[in-house]
Design a protein. Structure first.
Length: 193
């Protein structure tokens, strides 16, 4: 797992007062002051990155805010890829940083209409990321113990979209974060200094 952060990426990130990432921005980045990440090279994309290959070529703790608008449903759940995706977003956010997600609800026509949607998303998915979620009080989180988020907003409509805001938590001992995640995080943090 080698991560090489280019000088261009470092320079772009150092010029921003409030660093914001648009993950999977495509050809429609949130704004010029956002850092666009996509697997395809468009004019507005600052970093061409396969979102299912880790680690991403981005320094740890780079962003205050990250957005993934209609992206998560394109990430494979198989082989832990989706958990790795959320761990990678956690890594590139600063503590307290927010991750805003919008996606078509798992059973909605919007989910089924797009042939590239591979992972149905519902409100309970995010309970696996929060050690103190309101639905299961961390019961689902402790199955995998990934890098921890707090669910700030979790709203949905079964025939429409789901909108979620996750906040990066600090790692506390009682979360029992999986040691493999901590090993990867430690290695990637060293690579970004």
């Amino acid at each position: 797992m080698n991560m090489k952060v280019s000088k261009t990426t470092r320079d772009l990130l150092s010029k921003r007062k409030l660093a914001r990432a648009d993950i999977g921005c495509g050809n429609n980045k949130q704004g010029e002051d956002w850092f666009g990440i996509d697997r395809r090279k468009f004019d507005c994309v600052d970093l061409v990155q396969n979102l299912e290959k880790f680690p991403w070529a981005i320094p740890s703790k780079s962003f205050d805010v990250a957005v993934a608008s209609h992206v998560v449903e394109h990430i494979q759940k198989a082989d832990g890829i989706m958990l790795s995706f959320f761990n990678e977003v956690w890594r590139i956010l600063k503590v307290g940083g927010e991750f805003l997600i919008s996606a078509p609800y798992a059973t909605s026509p919007g989910f089924y209409r797009d042939p590239t949607h591979v992972s149905p998303i519902n409100e309970e998915l995010f309970c696996y990321l929060d050690p103190n979620d309101q639905f299961y009080q961390g019961g689902l989180y402790h199955i995998y113990s990934p890098l921890p988020f707090k669910i700030k907003v979790n709203t949905w409509h079964v025939t429409g979209n789901l909108e979620v805001v996750l906040v990066k938590r600090e790692i506390l001992k009682e979360y029992n974060v999986d040691k493999e995640y901590l090993k990867i995080l430690s290695k990637n943090t060293k690579l970004t200094k």
